[in-house]
Design a protein around this ligand. Structure first.
Ligand code: GDD
Ligand code: MG
Length: 349
């Protein structure tokens, strides 16, 4: 089966880290986010991935010049301009040879293609969702489109998806006003789709799958969903980007080493629930709490970094203090003794 992974967004909520790097090429503990996503799909029988690209496509093709990512072939579908989520799906699916009508699908596919059913994923989601079981459910229901749903405390930053007891989607409300959400079950950003869905996406303009295609299908009663309680996180905010990585080192989702062996952490530094990436340096008496120190960054003596991110090659001066989701961009410097709370450096990024 093929999977289209949407990786063409601007990642604005993670700026300045995403000023020059697409969100899905940011490291998650030990490798780019996209490799975690593709490895999970490969483990569930996906044999080929199509990256739906817009912003900085060369970041992906430079990283995987031989066209292999996490062990499976990747194809690149580069949009001439951002087409939004449904436009991107259409563009990438057609580029991958997925055809909307049945006859062309069977002639276009290779000999072992049993169907052109395909997966679509939001590339910034890390999850243990059982994708293979979801595909089986989709087939058993005879659905045209099946969404995975996950339950969250605050649905207002997601697509909210009420269903009936059989999994029929009753409505799809993208980012409802706080307090008005009809359910706490939200769109988990994994879809199983039949090629006919492509006929529902108008060509030549931006089309949102969440604001146009899915609400229309829900109104028709033709959208199916499966609820999942598997591990799930959308990494698209600084808070979630930190959380997703801590989950991979503290046993919640994995036991990867939190401190890279090529980093230098002074024995007198206090590192708690934090990640120190390759080549980084943490000086004497520095305190790290719930934070990420990215590759080759330096944290000076006596500095404090709490609930914050120090970008690649950035420098935090001695006794400086970063707290409350401060994000320091690549190669930026924070002067000695400077105190930052909830700041982005540079500020206008
Ligand atoms: N190719 C392409 N082109 N990709 C895009 C575009 C585009 O124009 N716009 C966004 N993307 C990609 C992003 O890179 C990301 O991987 C994915 O589409 C989703 O975009 P986000 O910007 O991360 O959306 P969101 O997190 O606010 O909301 C989405 O995800 C939630 C779950 O994580 C929606 O699908 C919600 O309904 C959902 O609940
Ligand atoms: Mg997102």
């Amino acid at each position: 089966m093929q999977a289209v992974i949407l990786v063409g967004g601007f990642g604005t909520r993670l700026r300045p880290l995403t000023r020059n790097v697409p969100k899905q090429m940011l490291p998650v503990v030990d490798r780019p986010m996209i490799e975690h996503v593709v490895a999970h799909l490969a483990a569930h029988g996906v044999t080929r991935v199509v990256l739906s690209l817009g912003f900085r496509p060369e970041a992906f093709s430079d990283a995987y010049p031989d066209g292999i990512c996490a062990g499976i072939p990747v194809h690149y579908a580069v949009e001439p301009e951002p087409l939004d989520t449904a436009g991107a799906v259409r563009f990438a699916a057609l580029a991958a040879g997925i055809e909307p009508s049945d006859e062309s699908a069977s002639s276009a596919g290779s000999a072992d293609d049993v169907s052109d059913t395909f997966l679509v994923l939001n590339g910034d989601v890390l999850t243990n969702l059982n994708v293979a079981a979801m595909v089986a459910d989709h087939r058993a229901a005879g659905a045209e489109a099946t969404l995975a749903l996950t339950e969250v405390d605050d649905p207002s930053r997601y697509g909210v998806v009420p269903t009936d007891a059989d999994g029929r989607v009753l409505g799809f409300v993208e980012k409802p006003d706080a307090g008005s959400a009809p359910s706490r079950w939200i769109n988990a950003g994994t879809y199983v789709l039949e090629p006919s869905i492509l006929e529902r996406i108008p060509a030549g303009r931006r089309v949102s799958i969440e604001r146009e295609v899915f609400p229309a299908m829900a109104a028709e009663g033709s959208l199916h969903a499966v609820q999942s309680d598997a591990y799930w996180i959308d990494t698209g905010t600084p808070e979630a980007y930190i959380r997703a990585q801590l989950d991979l080192v503290d046993g919640t989702r994995g036991d990867l080493p939190a401190v890279h062996p090529s980093s230098t952490v002074d024995p007198s530094a206090d590192v708690q629930q934090s990640i120190v990436m390759a080549g980084a340096t943490v000086g004497p008496g520095a305190h790290l709490l719930n934070s990420i120190v990215m590759g080759a960054a330096t944290v000076g003596a006596g500095a404090m970094v709490a609930h914050s991110i120090v970008g690649p090659g950035a420098h935090v001066g001695e006794r400086a203090s970063l707290t409350d989701l401060t994000v320091i961009g690549e190669s930026e410097s924070v002067g000695a003794g400077v105190e930052l709370t909830g700041a982005r450096v540079p500020a206008d990024s």
